[in-house]
Design a protein around this ligand. Structure first.
Ligand SMILES: Cc1cc2nc3c(=O)[nH]c(=O)nc-3n(C[C@H](O)[C@H](O)[C@H](O)COP(=O)(O)OP(=O)(O)OC[C@H]3O[C@@H](n4cnc5c(N)ncnc54)[C@H](O)[C@@H]3O)c2cc1C
Length: 424
């Protein structure tokens, strides 16, 4: 009997690649790749917003290079923050030098006056930020940026997602950064990798070549019948040995026939932020804007802008935009104010006034950031135990209901395949 994989995103494809047991991957879309797909339009290659590859495990780099048949580009991160209408380096908390005197003082006072409380990942994010960085840094960056990104009450969001994503310089380093420019690189992604051609999709294409005979596209797994160990997809039933689910956990549970009440009542705790990515292909008159020269992405905390991040694909790889052009992605979670972003981009200097937009591609990601609310951890323990007892294994960013990224998704697919390869 087959193992059945739900979803041909990077997690499902990785599972398939390492699997030695018979398996079928069902993919509801007509193409594979999930959020790691790329879109080709008017000579531009757009991803589903920046999809850069952060790798710690050398084996994963070797695997991806084998799949794409080329060396990955190695890129030294150049990320910035738009603040006080100027660019400053990331992260905010290690670059106070760029603030005005009053803001600097508020940040220094804030970090010195922090209350001596025990910091824990289960704290509300906003309390965590104040305890970690003080009131000033929280007021100018941590609160407004994260409010825009999560679009959720920051008192109800816990800090459990912050490691490894929020750099944590010491009090001494933070204060020192107010008086002299910081030269140290912080964060998990100070160097990242990217395929030289075809965007993030290059990696997906590599997997697909090996696995296409195992994949059925345009086939949503609609119902799971635990009692009879069969699923309904593609107009018929398929029996399974194990299910490997990469679809959003909430939707997996909703598709299970006769889901026990103690499990269904936990679904309400599975909350998620949606994100809109607006990809722009732009032709410049003379040069790309000075403000974005060499920059890969920009964090935008201030409320006067509707978007929280803007990235420049064409600064990561020239192959992503045609001659005399550059390309941006603009991300926002609250889409109520997003009608006229082009004049806003021009006003900020992220586009030149006389540049011409030649391509606009809008992608709405319903599931983008899993919300780390207080109930999440306990609910997941109960849900995953129930699923495992019924031969359902969850992997991936939305399958496992976590804040993960490509490298972890590939590793989790590999580890699960190797585990199931050993079963009789
Ligand atoms: C805005 C944003 C930026 C990101 N940037 C980065 C980055 O720079 N670097 C990085 O490493 N990661 C990044 N990520 C994370 C990365 O996108 C994910 O970790 C990765 O794509 C998750 O892959 P997955 O296969 O687990 O899930 P998905 O990509 O969601 O794939 C799941 C697949 O399942 C299919 N599916 C769903 N339901 C069913 C069903 N019932 N039947 C059949 N098929 C189904 C879907 O169509 C989809 O193809 C970013 C994510 C977001 C939202």
């Amino acid at each position: 009997m087959n193992n059945i994989v739900i979803g041909a995103g990077i997690s499902g494809l990785s599972f398939g690649y390492f699997s030695k047991k018979p398996f079928i991957i069902f993919e509801k879309e007509n193409i594979v790749g999930g959020l790691c797909k790329s879109v080709k339009e008017n000579g531009f290659v757009f991803d589903y917003s920046g999809h850069f590859i952060h790798i710690k495990d050398k084996k994963i780099k070797t695997l991806i290079e084998k799949l794409i048949g080329k060396k990955l580009l190695t890129v030294k991160r150049n990320s910035a923050i738009l603040f006080n209408d100027k660019m400053m380096p990331f992260p905010f908390q290690a670059n106070l030098y760029y603030l005005n005197e009053q803001q600097k003082q508020k940040c220094i006072d804030g970090i010195k006056k922090r209350k001596n409380i025990k910091i824990s990942a289960d704290m509300p994010f906003i309390d965590w930020a104040k305890a970690m960085f003080g009131d000033g840094i929280t007021e100018y960056f941590m609160q407004p940026y994260n409010q825009k990104l999560w679009n959720y009450n920051l008192k109800k969001l816990t800090a459990a997602w912050t490691a490894p994503f929020v750099p944590k310089p010491s009090q001494e380093q933070i204060i020192k950064s107010a008086y002299s420019k910081n030269e140290q690189k912080y964060g998990y992604n100070s160097t990242f990798y990217y395929p030289p051609n075809h965007g993030c999709q290059a990696m997906i294409d590599g997997f697909y070549k090996k696995l296409k005979s195992n994949i059925i596209t345009n086939s949503k797994v609609e119902v799971i019948d635990l009692k009879n160990k069969k699923i309904y997809a593609n107009g018929k039933y398929y029996f399974y040995e194990n299910i490997i689910s990469t679809q959003p956990l909430k939707e997996l549970l909703l598709s299970i026939k006769d889901l026990p009440k103690n499990i269904s009542k936990l679904i309400k705790h599975l909350e998620c932020t949606s994100t809109r990515c607006i990809n722009l292909g732009i032709r410049y008159k003379k040069n790309p804007p000075d403000m974005i020269k060499g920059v890969h992405w920009i964090y935008i905390p201030e409320n006067k802008y509707p978007f929280y991040r803007v990235g420049i694909y064409s600064n990561v790889s020239k192959n992503l935009a045609p001659k005399n052009c550059y390309s941006l992605y603009v991300e926002m979670s609250d889409t109520t104010n997003c009608d006229n972003i082009i004049p806003v981009l021009k006003k900020t200097g992220l586009m030149n006034i006389d540049d011409e937009v030649v391509s606009i591609n809008v992608i709405d990601m319903k599931y983008a950031y899993v919300i780390f609310n207080k109930a999440r951890k306990k609910a997941l323990e109960i849900i995953f135990k129930f699923l495992k007892d019924n031969n359902i294994y969850c992997i991936g960013r939305y399958g496992n209901w976590e804040y993960s990224f490509i490298e972890k998704n590939i590793i989790d697919g590999k580890n699960l395949a190797q585990l199931l390869n050993k079963t009789k």
